[in-house]
Write a protein of this length. Structure first.
Length: 570
């Protein structure tokens, strides 16, 4: 009996050993298969259809991570400045995918960023970079990676199916660019190329153009051309296009080099495009456009666009500063249902509102005769419109010079700042209906600009642009009796508190930054923390002003009990 038990035990041990050996060879085969795949693939995927068990999926994922770790700890296969990812403040990582990648809108919500130590975080499709057309994904740098140096570009991984095996994908070991010194965008005109770069100029001092060069690099990080910088202001640099014969590859980046400095060529994710083959058409120069930067402002758009379109704006250009409230879908609804001309430019770069406005003025120089730079909580209004029974698309144009060849290149309008007006939540009928109490004095101003009158430096302070230095152009200041900008700045606390997450301007301190506490850009009595001050709902209320509320109610309001404004969603 004892021998029979012993024999059974030997058989059982042999079976277990055989199964373990079989599992080992199976896993080795899978690992070799993964290791033989292209190491330069940005999209590595676990096929759950072939390996149904959780154990196999977990093992396969670990195998992929080991491969990634090995690649990332090897010397970088690309030398700076060429990069495929950017580390933003607050440990956010922007990952650029291959230009050839087409992302299915219904299958991008199960992606992860896999970092070189094996840590992972969820990735979301954020937008498409304007100059390159590359889809961009955002993920959070895991805590375990934050302690490591250097930082490497993560791989985008999805359980399911292979998304891309393109040749132009970045290697696993490419270094991550740091946001504080980066060429982040470019724009080619018929005459030259604009490079948008952080960390070259200081807020109050711009380097002379003679100290800088534009550098064009290929996918291997090799410099293929250099040209002189002709203009340097804020974060915008202009330089001639490189010779056509030099550009032999479709993936060329452009960066800025500071002469006389070590490691002087800054990292870049800015893709260079050759100049347009034909000059832009000027048949649409009668267009009145409006441009602004937005962040999580989708619910404000219908009111802002409906109103300004009704008084004469033909085209809206929105710079999306990383919104998370489905801005693209909202813009599509406005285009499809309302027939409005609304473009959304993905612009994820933190604190670059001035640069975005420079981009707008240059990109639409030939398409827009005038461009209004007003935010989605700002409404241009003339008291003379109060007697109108219906809006007229000539109203806004009546504030502009009649002679298009005259010397006025910019019209500036003073702002009235409205307070919470006793509101505890966002008003159902919109900001024009809910906020009717404001401060007495006019503060700040906003401008409507002729793009062809703007100085070639494209320098601006958000409120206005520097005009051509030839002296041909001048700014016309409108009296408040003729026109004002209603700025619904201090809204109900739950709405205003959202602003603490970020400030859009490069030269305006963040709320929590104790720098320059007496600035006019700060809210009096607010402090440095998102804590509601006592009596907030009644603040900033010196004048009861219902002018715009009354006229918009007459233009867009319904009739009878329960009537809604036209921009209210059902």
């Amino acid at each position: 009996m004892g021998r029979r038990k012993m024999k059974t035990a030997h058989v059982f041990s042999f079976a277990v050993g055989f199964l373990l050996l079989f599992s080992f060879f199976l896993l080795l085969h899978v690992n070799n298969h993964l290791s033989s795949s292209s190491p330069s693939t940005i999209m590595d995927v676990v096929d759950t259809n072939k390996f149904a068990s959780v154990h196999h999926r977990h093992t396969l994922t670990n195998s992929l991570l080991r491969e990634h770790q090995h690649a990332a700890t090897s010397p970088p296969r690309q030398s700076p400045p060429f990069s495929h990812s950017v580390l933003f403040p607050d440990w956010q990582v922007l990952v650029l995918s291959p230009a050839a990648l087409v992302v299915d809108d219904h299958h991008h919500d199960d992606l992860s960023c896999v970092f070189h130590n094996g840590a992972a975080s969820a990735a979301r499709l954020a937008g498409t970079i304007p100059s390159s057309g590359r889809p961009a994904f955002l993920c959070t740098l895991p805590n375990s990676v934050r302690r490591l140096r250097p930082f490497y570009t993560p791989r985008l991984v999805r359980l399911g199916k292979i998304l891309s095996r393109t040749e132009d994908a970045p290697p696993a070991a490419s270094l991550m660019a740091r946001w504080n010194r980066l060429a982040y965008e470019s724009l080619s005109t018929a005459r030259d190329v604009l490079v948008f770069a952080k960390g070259v100029n200081r807020p109050s001092v711009s380097r002379p153009a003679a100290e800088l060069r534009c550098v064009f690099v290929d996918a291997d990080g090799k410099t293929v051309a250099e040209t002189d910088v002709t203009s340097s202001a804020q974060e915008v640099f202009r330089c001639p296009h490189p010779p056509d014969i030099i550009i032999t590859t479709s993936d060329v980046r452009v960066s800025i080099r500071v002469l006389g400095e070590e490691e002087s060529t800054i990292s870049t994710v800015a893709t260079y495009k050759p100049p347009p083959s034909l000059p832009a058409s000027k048949t649409s120069t009668s267009t009145l456009c409006a441009s602004t930067m937005v962040y999580n402002a989708t619910k404000f758009l219908p009111e802002w666009i409906k109103y300004h379109s009704s008084v004469g704006v033909d085209k809206f250009v929105l710079y999306d500063n990383g919104s998370e409230d489905d801005l693209q879908s909202a813009a599509a609804r406005l285009r499809d249902a309302g027939g409005y001309d609304v473009d959304v430019v993905y612009w994820p770069w933190p604190k670059t509102q001035e640069a975005a406005f420079s981009h707008a003025a240059a990109a639409h120089r030939d398409a827009c005769a005038w461009m209004a730079f007003v935010d989605v909580d700002e409404f241009v209004f003339s008291p003379a419109w109060s007697g109108s029974d219906a809006p007229d698309r000539t109203l806004l144009g009546s504030l502009l010079p009649k002679n298009r060849t005259g010397p006025v290149g910019q019209v500036s309008i003073h702002c009235h700042e409205f307070g919470p007006s006793g509101r505890l939540a966002h008003p159902r009928g919109g900001v024009t209906q809910g906020y009717t109490c404001r401060t007495r004095a006019e503060k700040r101003h906003k401008s409507i600009v002729r793009p062809d009158a703007v100085d070639e430096s494209l320098a601006n302070s958000i409120h206005h642009f520097a005009l051509d230095r030839s002296g041909k152009w001048e700014t016309d200041w409108l009296r408040p009796g003729r026109a004002v900008v209603n700025h619904y700045k201090f809204q109900a606390w739950d709405e205003f508190r959202v602003k603490f997450r970020r400030r859009a301007s490069s030269y305006v301190s963040d709320w929590t930054d104790r720098t320059n506490p007496g600035s006019n850009d700060r809210t009096p009595g607010l402090g440095f923390h998102p804590v509601e001050p006592e009596g907030w709902a009644g603040r900033f209320c010196e004048v009861n002003d219902t002018g715009l509320r009354d006229v918009t109610r007459r233009w867009f309001g319904g009739v009878g009990p329960g009537a809604k404004m036209e921009w209210e969603e059902e």
